[in-house]
Design a binder for this molecule. Structure first.
Ligand code: GZL
Length: 366
C-alpha cells in the first residue's frame, strides 16, 4: 500500500513539476530551511522539524554517493548521515561508489531490489542515467539528485546543488578584476580539472573558459586531477616541467587538487599566492582550503556548498504530504578572498559580494 501511495504521489509530482518546470528558469539560491538561520559561514544546519516518519514508520533511503575523494565529499556524506539518522526516523542505506559509475548504477538497482522509500544519487558522471531512472520510476521510488547533475534524463523529482558554470564565471570575473587592480596585463593560465565527465568539471571549465576567451587570456593546458590531492600534485608536477616560467595563474577545480598543486609548486621552486609569482584559484572553500586563503597561499576560493541534506529532507517532506517539490533547488554560496582590495564582482550582470576570510568563517565552514 505504501509503495502504491508513493507511486501515485510521484506520478502526480512528476506531472505537476514538468508543467511547472516549463519556462521557470529562475535560479535563486536556496535559503536554509525556514526553521534555521544559516550560521556565519555556510553551515546550513538540519531544520529542527519533525521528520516524515512522524507516523512511526521508519523511512528507508538509498544513497549512492560519488566516493570519498575530497574534503567536500566527506562533508556531503556527513550532511546526509546527520539528517537521515535513525533518531530522525530514517534507515539510510549508504553506498560509497568509489568514483566508479558501474558500481553506482548497481547500487541504485540494489536499492530498487531492497524496495527503499526514496533514492538519493550524487551522479559521478552526468550521462547514462535514463534506463535506471526509468526502473526507479516503474518501481514507484522517487529519486532525488544532489550536487552533480544528470543531463540525459529528467526522471527524478528534484535536484539540489550548485550552478557550476556560475562558479567558473565568478572565478574568471574575479581574476579579471584582480589582475586590473594588480596591474597584471597578461594571463597565462594552467587549469587542473576535476573528474572527467562530472558536471562540476564541465561547468567550471566552461565558465572560466568563457571569460578567458572574452578577455583574450591564454589557457596553456587543462588536464584532470580527478578532484584528488594526488591528482593535483601529479598534474602540477608535470606542468612545472612543461611550462616552466610560462604561467602566472593556476586554477584548481577543487581544494584537494590545490593542496597537491601547492606541494608540487613548492618542490619546483615556484612561488604562488598573494605574495607569489603565480595566482592560485580554487573551488569548494572547505575549511582546510579557507585556511590557505587566510594565509595567502590561495588567492581566491569559490565555494560549492556540500550541505544539501536539509534541503533534500524538505523535498521528502513535501512529497510525503502530497505536495510538488521544486525541480531545482540551488544552494547558497560565497566567493572567498584573502585581500579586501575588491568588494564585489559582476557575474552574468549580477553584483556578487566577495568575502575576506576570517577565523570565524573558517570555524563555521565544513
Ligand atoms: C562539486 C562536487 C565536486 C567537488 C569536489 O559539486 O561534485 O566533487 O568540487 C568533489 O571536491 O570531489
Amino acid at each position: 500500500m505504501k509503495r502504491k501511495l508513493i507511486g501515485l504521489l510521484l506520478c502526480a509530482a512528476m506531472t505537476a513539476t514538468m508543467l511547472a518546470g516549463c519556462g521557470s528558469k529562475e535560479e535563486a539560491p536556496a535559503q536554509a530551511p525556514a526553521e534555521t538561520e544559516a550560521p556565519a559561514g555556510n553551515d546550513a544546519e538540519a531544520p529542527e522539524t519533525e521528520a516524515p516518519a512522524a507516523s512511526g514508520d521508519v523511512i528507508t533511503i538509498g544513497f549512492a554517493q560519488v566516493g570519498h575523494e575530497s574534503d567536500w565529499r566527506t562533508a556531503s556524506t556527513k550532511s546526509c548521515q546527520d539528517v537521515f539518522s535513525a533518531e530522525n526516523g530514517y534507515d539510510l542505506q549508504f553506498v560509497d561508489c568509489d568514483n566508479d559509475s558501474a558500481v553506482q548504477l548497481e547500487a541504485v538497482r540494489g536499492f530498487i531490489e531492497q524496495d527503499v522509500d526514496y533514492i538519493i544519487i550524487d551522479p559521478i558522471v552526468s550521462t547514462g542515467w535514463d534506463t535506471v531512472l526509468t526502473e526507479c520510476e516503474d518501481a514507484g521510488i522517487p529519486v532525488i539528485v544532489i550536487d552533480r547533475t544528470i543531463d540525459d534524463s529528467d526522471k527524478y523529482v528534484s535536484w539540489v546543488g550548485s550552478n557550476f558554470k556560475t562558479e567558473g564565471l565568478a572565478a574568471g570575473e574575479w581574476l579579471k578584476a584582480y589582475a586590473a587592480e594588480k596591474g597584471i596585463t597578461e594571463i597565462n593560465a594552467l587549469v587542473i580539472e576535476g573528474s572527467t565527465g562530472a558536471s562540476a568539471t564541465i561547468g567550471r571549465t566552461e565558465g572560466f573558459k568563457e571569460i578567458a576567451d572574452r578577455e583574450g587570456w591564454t589557457i596553456l593546458d587543462s588536464q584532470s586531477g580527478d578532484f584528488t590531492q594526488d591528482g593535483g600534485a601529479e598534474v602540477m608536477e608535470s606542468y612545472c616541467k612543461s611550462y616552466e616560467g610560462k604561467f602566472n595563474v593556476v586554477v584548481c577545480q577543487n581544494d584537494n587538487e590545490a593542496f597537491g598543486a601547492m606541494d608540487a609548486m613548492k618542490q619546483a621552486g615556484v612561488s604562488y599566492g598573494v605574495n607569489g609569482d603565480v595566482i592560485l584559484i580554487s573551488f569548494d572553500a572547505c575549511s582546510a582550503g579557507l585556511e590557505f586563503v587566510k594565509s595567502g597561499d590561495i588567492n581566491a576560493d569559490f565555494e560549492c556548498n556540500p550541505l544539501a541534506a536539509p534541503f533534500v529532507e524538505e523535498v521528502i517532506k513535501t512529497l510525503a504530504s502530497g505536495g510538488t517539490p521544486e525541480k531545482e533547488v540551488y544552494m547558497e554560496e560565497h566567493w572567498f578572498v584573502n585581500e579586501d582590495i575588491l568588494s564585489s564582482i559582476e557575474v552574468n550582470g549580477e553584483t556578487q559580494n566577495l568575502t575576506v576570510v576570517t577565523d570565524e568563517i573558517i570555524a563555521a565552514q565544513y
